[in-house]
Ligand binder design. Sequence first.
Ligand SMILES: Cc1ncc(COP(=O)(O)O)c(C=O)c1O
Length: 416
Amino acid sequence: MNTPRFITPEIVSHVRENYQTPVYIYSEKELRERAKDFLDFPSAYGHTVRYAMKANPQRNILKIFDQEWLSFDASSDFEALRILASGVNPDKVQISSQELWVHAQELISKWVFFVATSLHQLEFFGKNFPWQSCGIRVNPGVNSWAFAKIATWGATSSFGIWHEKISEVKALAQKYDIAITKLHFHIGSENTPESWVSSAGLGFDILRQIETIDIFDMGWGHKMAIMPYETSADLQAIWEAVKKQFEDFYSETGRKIHLEMEPGKYLVINSCSMLVEIQDIVDTGRVWFTFLKTNSGMNDMPRVAMYGVQEPLFVMNNSQEYEDYVVVGHCCESSDIITSKLYDAETIEPRNLRKASIWDILVVDGTGAYNSGMAIKNYNSFPESWELLLRENGEILEIRARQEVEDIWKNEKEII
Ligand SMILES: Cc1ncc(COP(=O)(O)O)c(C=O)c1O
């Protein structure tokens, strides 16, 4: 594939004329299509799709998904405040947070759903909101078959209540007269169909122990391919396999369990491309490397430095010649690499790209998840970049202005 997913030379010209790079451009079409992928698949007794808004909390993305009938999972009470500010109905929001909520009273009184991710959080809920219902996030102790940086399972992970502590959960529920109505699992991203089925089995074991649960939130991520060597999760195949487990559980217990799931990356990753400029080309001698230096990097796109993942790159010119380049970001950090070895963020790996010149535009595809939302904000005092939305009718609209440089230090208090 030699052309970007949705960026055309016309879009590049439009951006060059009207904005300064770097810019993120989102495709409304891609966002709506991915949301629709989840609507009609085979759940046994109904399903709810919660967008894991941590992947990208841009207000317009939240609004598009709200229009496409998705619900939401927030990873902190601050994320929940953010989504409520965008006009989403509070009863579509749940919070499963590593941190105890600061705004619990306000949010629970609006019917935002509380998922306790530790026994301490459960006790907090019981003490402050007796006779109400909540969910529990459990660490099922299984391998998600994903690479370590995105796995949130097993004995090395602090996420969720350890699966052997269900009797303590039940004791707290009894003590405070709270109903546990939802089981939430998140074993990490990029699971295989086998890991879905085996982890679902562990969930049903917990459902057998807590009879008040009628929702099983299988909140782990779905793989979405961005590089040509990757394969996306086959949603239909996964859910056909999992559906049978829900039906078997009903035959065994008479309980019809509602399914929830929490895609993040799947919904947004391919909806965004970043346009950056090649500002310099340097080399380390004939036998070593040629580097393309860009005007963006780990501050806008931290995913490579964070996880050592690879993103598709396109030099936007008509050259028929190709060369091997190491592409790097503009931060004063040796780890600001855009072409790293897969899952090895510290090791550079040259990529074969169209022969580039200074001032060419480089398109970085697959940047919609865990980039803008996870940005290493203002490192080296680089302002936050513009965000644009390519509407379905072809219009390009600004959805976030570029940060003014003065805004970077506006909260500092001068006392010297
Ligand atoms: C609780 C929870 N749900 C859902 C997700 C979504 O995962 P992904 O973006 O891989 O789909 C995450 C991501 O880490 C998460 O922490």
